[in-house]
Design a protein around this ligand. Structure first.
Ligand SMILES: [Zn+2]
Length: 641
């Protein structure tokens, strides 16, 4: 069934962060794939969205002094706007706080509760969840998050705590998932990821808890409202809640049961998508996704992207430097989709100029200028008996099929290379045929024939590159007098389609040359240590700083440091030690019992070899310094913000 509809999803992005090029990469790839399949005459539904529940979000909201929903609303806008800026045209944007999603998850959980495994056991059963709980963080920490066995923020050993949870009997579905992966009914790509999944199954991963007692910002479990749905159960369900699961049978039939279903993501969320999600679907009696494609990680200039390094490139900055289409192109051509790769920011401008301004842009402007001057801006007709057209025509003939073949295997860069090869060949053909010579020698029809062939190649290219460069390729088609009606692969398979005599006009270069290198402000910031150009920060930036009211329990001088005092403070539930440079202004005695404001989520630091777990706030002018204290009565541990 070549024309089966295709359903393509990105992961839904967690709204505790601004969109960066990591998010953008997957989303641009998904948009490109969807557009390509549509060119091939298939209906495509492209879904993206946002993941908005869980302890991390409610903490971030609290720190920002907002209700969780209002906080999510304020962040999700950045994602939606960024996707518009990148020319992303998703068919739907699902939020896990959408009522339709809540209803679907409720139905899924209800169905799971009633479901039996192939052996007739309950799929869902009550059991004790055991985990390492940090009281300071008020959450479970994973072994991975610990540093030397203690919470990295609080330097305290987390407690082994257990709570009553509902568990999913994953073990009952592993043999079936293994079979489906092996037969490729569930095709996991690239091959290394498939091996990884089969390896995971060999290790017999334990059943997983699908609910949480201590997380209040989530979807209530319908049969146990004290509990909320585990964030992954909630998040994974988006792939079917968005297309009408339990609500719109016809829509769901079309886009889940009948369509080719494809999930795209980075490889770090393999276990959830390749084990938990298929198991959940098997348990509720639904078809599995057909393809799961897990792309690699990338580094930026050889380094892992991180906020502290400041190399998290803001896609909006990329677009303001190179434009929407070229930014998509630059993201997708850095390295092949799938593997790990390195994004070299310094190469962006070079790549833009060589591929887009020189090869493609130049071919177009050389050809069109000659048509404008010699043929009164009207497309000349083809000419029989031109020399050396054979190679070019052969390359153009099956370009559409080769490019689409690459796309079917998720090789976006491969599809782009098909178009690049064609452009290169056309440039060589133009140089070799030297139409300017023919014009000089009055062989106008021959020169026109060369120009016509070049325009035909450009028309084919406008189709092949449309999924990557959508608005620029529409512009290119307009230059050639072509509309969007024939914007499809069938038309790219044909040659000699352009109508001689059609108006051909180019007012400005399609891809003007760019001189300046791209310098993400994050990188500049990291160098200069500035906050931002205008000195303003976002509410979400401020929200990262956690301030609390503390009481000073004791204070003593630090040996050999005149300015430092070692303070023991209480934050209510916990005690901490901080080192403060206030000894010139306060004696140890007068500080005891004072209420102060402390930054509680600062990375612990060693000052004169003594650990300091936070920082107090003080106002200073000239030689005067005073501690910042609450003016009214407030219990110790109250948050400030
Ligand atoms: Zn902690």
């Amino acid at each position: 069934m070549p024309n089966r509809p295709i359903y393509i999803t990105t992961p839904i992005y967690y709204v505790n962060d601004r969109p960066h090029i990591g998010h953008s990469y997957t989303t641009v790839a998904a948009d490109t794939l969807a557009r390509f399949h549509r060119l091939a005459g298939r209906e495509a539904f492209f879904l993206t969205g946002s993941d908005e529940h869980g302890a991390k979000i409610s903490e971030a909201a609290e720190a920002a002094g907002m209700e969780p929903q209002a906080f999510c609303d304020s962040i999700v806008v950045h994602f939606k706007d960024t996707w518009k800026t990148l020319g992303i045209e998703e068919n739907d944007f699902i939020r896990t706080t959408d009522p339709r999603h809540l209803e679907a998850v409720t139905k899924i959980l209800t169905k799971l509760k009633a479901a039996k495994t192939p052996d007739g056991e309950d799929v869902i059963y009550a059991s004790q969840y055991e985990g390492l709980y940090c009281i300071g963080c008020e959450k479970y920490l994973t072994e991975k998050e610990l540093e030397d066995g203690v919470c990295p923020y609080h330097k305290t050993k987390p407690k082994l705590v257990s709570e009553n949870n509902w568990f999913f009997r994953l073990s009952a579905y592993l043999p079936e998932i293994k079979r489906l992966v092996e037969t490729e009914e569930l095709l996991i790509l690239p091959i290394e990821r498939r091996k990884e999944v089969l390896g995971l199954i060999e290790q017999c991963p334990p059943d997983f808890s699908i609910s949480r007692e201590k997380v209040s910002w989530g979807i209530p479990v319908p049969f146990d409202p004290k509990q909320s749905a585990y964030v992954w159960v909630d998040a994974l369900s988006n792939y079917i809640s968005a297309i009408g699961y339990g609500a719109d049978e016809q829509l769901f039939q079309k886009w889940w049961r009948d369509a080719e279903t494809v999930h795209l993501m980075a490889k770090d969320i393999l276990k959830f998508h390749c084990l938990f999600w298929p198991a959940m679907l098997l348990a509720i009696g639904e078809k599995l996704p057909e393809k799961i494609f897990l792309h690699g990680f990338f580094t930026v200039d050889g380094q892992k992207m991180s906020k502290t390094l400041g190399n998290q490139i803001d896609p909006n900055e990329l677009v303001s430097h190179y434009g929407t289409d070229a930014s998509r192109y630059l993201l997708l051509t850095q390295y092949p989709f799938g593997v790990d790769g390195d994004i070299q920011v310094a190469r962006f401008t070079e790549k833009y100029n060589s591929d887009l301004a020189n090869e493609l842009g130049n071919l177009l402007s050389r050809v069109v200028k000659m048509i404008e001057r010699q043929f009164d801006s009207k497309l000349p007709g083809p000419h029989k008996g031109l020399a050396s057209t054979q190679d070019l025509l052969e390359l153009a003939e099956d370009a559409a099929d080769r490019a689409y073949g690459e796309i079917k295997h998720f090789r976006i860069q491969g599809a782009i290379e098909v178009a690049q090869a064609l452009i290169k060949k056309a440039n060589q053909f133009f140089d070799h045929s030297a139409p300017w010579k023919a014009i000089k020698e009055d062989r106008l029809a021959e020169a026109g024939g060369v120009l016509y062939i070049c325009c035909e190649v450009l028309r084919v290219v406008s189709i092949l590159l449309y999924p990557v460069l959508p608005s620029k390729m529409i512009e290119l088609r307009e230059v050639l007098g072509e509309g969007s009606d024939s914007l499809n692969l069938d038309s790219a398979r044909e040659f000699f389609c352009l109508k001689p005599g059609a108006p051909v006009r180019l007012s400005e270069p399609l891809f003007p040359r760019i001189q300046e290198a791209f310098e993400p402000s994050g990188m500049k910031k990291a160098e200069a240590g500035k906050v931002s150009d205008d000195g303003l920060i976002d509410i979400s930036d401020f929200g990262k700083v956690k301030l609390k009211v503390a009481e000073i329990l004791s204070a003593e001088k630090v040996e050999g440091a005149d300015k430092l005092l070692k303070l023991q403070i209480s934050l209510g539930k916990e005690k901490r030690q901080i080192i403060a440079g206030v000894a010139e202004f306060y004696s140890a005695e007068e500080l005891v019992g004072k209420q102060i404001i402390v930054v509680t989520n600062l990375k612990p630091a060693k000052i004169r070899g003594i650990e300091s777990q936070g920082m107090l706030l003080a106002a200073k002018k000239g030689k005067k310094l005073t501690l910042v204290s609450p003016t009214g009565e407030i219990p110790v541990g109250a948050s400030v913000g």
